[in-house]
Design a protein around this ligand. Structure first.
Ligand SMILES: [Zn+2]
Length: 218
């Protein structure tokens, strides 16, 4: 039998657990967050993929991470047109108001957005009828670079390399934000490119010195 309410019931049960742990016990840490506001030191940008929830994967507490999630964890370039840019607004707020000390772009293996880009690159264009297609157009140069660097790669390898190249493109795009560039150059902000391999359980970080992604754990 199909139970349409099961996912909603699970959320409500989850909230009851949260309520018991933080409100009924008058958790002092949580009370302080409510009273004093948030002071996260990290802006974390992850994919919307349901399997890569940063709070779960990285074991964080409320108040630890200011989080942006979108399809394929992409940072668009800084733009001054009249568009209403949700991702860019969150970056500006995290840097200017929260004064985060680190920005982490966290890509991941088996990313459906990057896979779609690699399988149907012609659909990733600014005039695509699909909103996802328009969004993935931002990662199209990363796909082109991965394909040029690994011309013999099968689809799995191509997608993996594209995931990583897209992280690097997002790091470059972060530096087009004047407030990011200024704080990085002042030594007040560090940028990180991470890749989480879900299948192998490995977390890698981009090392600009070696020009490679290297294991942080696993
Ligand atoms: Zn993804």
């Amino acid at each position: 039998m199909c139970d349409n309410h099961a996912p909603i019931d699970k959320l409500v049960e989850g909230f009851k657990h949260f309520h018991r742990e933080h409100f009924e016990r008058k958790d002092p840490y949580y009370q302080a967050l409510v009273r004093e506001g948030q002071h996260p030191r990290v802006l974390f940008l992850a994919c919307s993929d349901s399997r890569v929830d940063p709070a779960i994967v990285f074991g964080t507490e409320p108040g630890d991470l200011f989080i942006i999630r979108n399809v394929a964890n992409i940072v668009p370039p800084y733009e001054t047109n009249t568009g209403q840019h949700g991702v860019s607004a969150a970056i500006e707020y995290a840097v200017n108001v929260l004064e985060v000390e680190h920005i982490i772009i966290n890509g991941h293996s088996q990313c459906g957005g990057i896979r779609a880009l690699c399988e149907r690159p012609a659909d990733a264009r600014i005039d695509s009828p699909s909103l996802v297609g328009r969004w993935l157009a931002l990662a199209r140069p990363a796909y082109e670079r991965a394909r040029a660097d690994y011309p013999e790669a099968d689809m799995d390898r191509l997608a993996l390399e594209c995931e990583k190249d897209s992280i690097l493109a997002s790091l470059d795009n972060l530096m087009t934000f004047p407030m990011v560039k200024a704080r990085v150059e002042a030594g007040k902000l560090k940028l990180h490119g991470w890749h989480f391999d879900m299948a192998r359980g490995v977390l890698q970080a981009w090392n600009p010195q070696s020009g490679r992604f290297e294991a942080l754990s696993g």
